[in-house]
Design a protein around this ligand. Structure first.
Ligand code: ADE
Length: 225
């Protein structure tokens, strides 16, 4: 998979995307992440990337020219399956969206800043708008990092234990059951007996029951469908 991210703050993405699982995925050749500084495409004499909004109002808007030139220059060599814009008024990201996006070949992600991007860029190029929650961040970069992490970890081979991503919370519409590791007794707090029984059927049934209980208590909205 190839992911191109367009931003006015590349430094904000380099840390999260060049470390840990994402770095391993890149080292294994499973994903290629390219970060592009929108400012490099500005034709303005001061390399400006934003301007006041028409109609007045607080906050700057990312101008269409640098974004459009950056997008079109990338499109000359790559055919994108999706051009995604990170925005608080997008569709809230869910596990099923991550599953779907992990099957794509080439993704472009645009990070907004200030008041957002000129609306014509959304109309002209964007195929999907994603929000990571009902709150406003200072820019789309952290939301893009969250989105990329949630997609890339699903690509086969990225996580060592192949079954691990399949048993995540949300994959079956439920939250995950509790997990334990050694020791069996920690400061008098014991691991549930069933997990030490060696009876896989019983263990699976316990996990299912706990997942359901967890979901009923914490996210009853997930059980509505
Ligand atoms: N940009 C600012 N806030 C955001 C959010 N909640 N999700 C995605 N992009 C954003």
């Amino acid at each position: 998979m190839r992911i191109d991210i367009l931003t006015v703050l590349p430094q904000l993405l380099e840390g999260p995307l060049k470390e840990s699982i994402l770095k391993r995925a890149a080292d294994k050749g499973l994903v290629e992440i390219h970060i592009h500084n929108i400012r490099d495409y500005s034709t303005h004499s001061n390399k400006n990337v934003d301007d006041y909004q028409y109609g007045g109002g607080a906050g700057m808007v990312l101008s269409p020219q640098p974004l459009s030139d950056c997008i079109e220059s990338l499109q000359e060599s790559v055919k994108y399956d999706e051009i995604i814009y990170m925005t608080p008024d997008g569709k809230i990201l869910e596990q099923k969206d991550c599953n779907e996006l992990s099957l794509k070949g080439n993704l472009m992600i645009i990070c907004g800043h200030y008041k957002g991007i000129d609306h014509r860029i959304r109309e002209m190029y964007v195929t999907r708008e994603i929000s990571i929650g009902s709150f406003v961040l200072t820019g789309g970069e952290l939301a893009a990092a969250v989105t990329v992490d949630s997609i890339v970890r699903l690509i086969p081979g990225v996580i060592n234990d192949e079954t691990s991503a399949l048993t995540d919370s949300f994959q079956d519409g439920l939250l995950a059951p509790p997990v334990y590791t050694r020791p069996a007794d920690f400061k008098g707090h014991k691991v549930p007996e069933v997990l030490l029984s060696g009876d896989q059927k019983k263990i699976d049934a316990w996990r299912e029951e706990q997942a359901l209980k967890n979901t009923q208590e914490r996210r009853p909205d997930l059980l509505k469908d």
